[in-house]
Design a protein around this ligand. Structure first.
Ligand code: AMP
Ligand code: GLY
Length: 429
């Protein structure tokens, strides 16, 4: 089979790395890919939002299956365009992708179908929202309705912070149309867990639970980022809790989407928070998570392509996703300055030195120049390791980060990826 993977991050590199191992696969194209994906397939210089060009390419190469990494092409309707031309593609339709593309849509869906989430109000008018901020309780959370590259959410400790963020969204219009409507919701407390399933619209297969680390520095300090690392599985999500998440959140969401005439097919990824009153949905994503996919692909034993083909035929019911025993951890190495303005063009050392099958370095913001690999983005690499227990896997992954191994000038990374799993063990209070 010929596969096209759309995207250029660590998630797409990891998906490609996994898919390459399938006996069903002959060739993988990446659009646009990165220097890491070039090692396992062919990079095509087409942007992820150029749907017509992607379609033309897929048709000309007779691509058997297209897999979409990021949310933007999904939300703007790539799946509908491909399917209309009878091209096989993995991901939800434009209508179904609203579950990530519109927070007001997803909040209303959860309310209507009693899926646990934070209490909220929707505003489409600045003065009403400002009025609400005068009389409500703090802390609270303000969210822009649409996609904002992960920057459209602020947890506000007090009225001053809330008014400032509201002004940015609705007066300065920093995120344009994405913040025409906003959600203001109660602040929830607990451990956050990423829970992804592959669904054909009826049945679903759960991936292992994973945990992202969104803040820049150790102990969840510093600004929010696209994710500084992830590990899987999460020891404090035991089998009972997993079944509860499937029963109270995943299954009702898939059913609700079908009922709303938004049949959901692809990866459904509710971002959860484990509160004292049980798991609740913070947001939905309509795709694989980044950086969670990097460790997840290292732990996945099943052939992902075989599963996706069954999903395409609506035949997930008798399939199983098998994962290796043990843990996988990915630590993101980010450029100096990230998540604000960051440096580019620094030489990356040590990439060729790793000689351990349980360790992979997935590329994101890198570029190649004169056979050297340089930094070229905020999140540069995910150094990812797999092992039999959490403590050892943490040790292993960090062994490959630093001046003796993978290294670049000004590199930032968290030193506590996976630590929550050790601390909280089997309870999540
Ligand atoms: P979202 O894009 O909705 O997942 O929000 C981004 C991040 O903001 C989440 O990963 C949480 O850390 C935080 N967040 C969002 N909603 C809430 C909430 N209701 N209570 C506490 N934290 C939240
Ligand atoms: N891990 C966060 C995301 O993929 O949105």
């Amino acid at each position: 089979m010929k596969i096209l993977i759309i995207g250029s991050g660590g998630r797409e590199h990891a998906l490609g790395w996994k898919i390459k191992q399938s006996p069903l696969v002959d060739k993988i194209y990446f659009a646009p890919g990165n220097p890491g994906t070039k090692e396992i397939g062919e990079n095509i210089s087409i942007e992820v939002t150029d749907i017509q060009k992607l379609l033309k390419f897929a048709k000309s190469k007779k691509i058997d299956l297209t897999i979409v990494g990021p949310e933007t092409p999904l939300v703007i309707g790539i799946v509908d365009v491909f399917k209309k031309e009878k091209m096989k593609i993995f991901g939800p339709s434009k209508k179904a992708s609203q579950i990530e593309g519109s927070k007001t849509f997803s909040k209303q869906l959860m309310k209507k179908y009693k899926i646990p989430t934070a209490k909220y109000n929707i505003f489409n008018n600045f003065s009403e929202a400002k009025g609400y901020l005068q009389k409500t309780k703090y802390p609270l959370v303000i969210k822009a309705d649409g996609l904002c590259m992960g920057k459209g959410v602020a947890v506000c400790k007090n009225k001053k912070e809330a008014e400032k963020f509201l002004g940015e969204l609705m007066i300065n219009k920093t995120f344009g149309e994405s913040a025409k409507k906003i959600v203001i919701e109660e602040c929830l407390y607990g451990q956050e867990v990423s829970f992804m399933v592959i669904t054909d619209g009826k049945d679903f297969l759960s991936l292992l639970p994973s945990q992202d680390h969104k803040r820049l520095t150790d102990n969840n300090q510093g600004p929010n980022t696209g994710g500084m690392g992830a590990y899987t599985p999460v020891p404090f999500v035991d089998n009972k809790l997993l079944k509860q998440i499937e029963k109270e959140i995943v299954a009702p969401t898939i059913k609700a989407m079908a009922k709303e005439d938004c049949l959901y097919q692809g990866v459904l990824y509710p971002g959860l928070i484990l509160t004292k009153d049980g798991p609740k949905v913070l947001e939905y994503n309509c795709r694989f998570g980044d950086p969670e996919t990097q460790p997840l692909m290292m732990s996945l034993e099943s052939d992902l392509i075989e599963i996706i083909l069954a999903q395409q035929k609506g035949k997930l019911k008798n399939k199983k996703l098998i994962f290796k025993k043990g843990f996988s951890i990915g630590v993101v190495l980010a450029s100096a300055g990230y998540p604000e303005k960051y440096t580019k063009g620094d030489m990356i050392h040590g990439l060729g030195k790793i000689n351990d099958n349980d360790v992979k370095v997935f590329h994101a913001g890198t570029k190649e120049l004169d056979k050297k690999t340089l930094t070229n983005g905020g999140r540069v690499l995910s150094v990812t390791a797999t092992g039999s227990n959490l403590e050892e896997t943490i040790k292993k992954v960090y062994q490959y980060i630093g001046k003796k191994s993978v290294y670049f000038k000004g590199m930032q990374f968290r030193k506590d990826i996976g630590k929550n799993g050790l601390i909280f063990g089997n309870n999540y209070d």
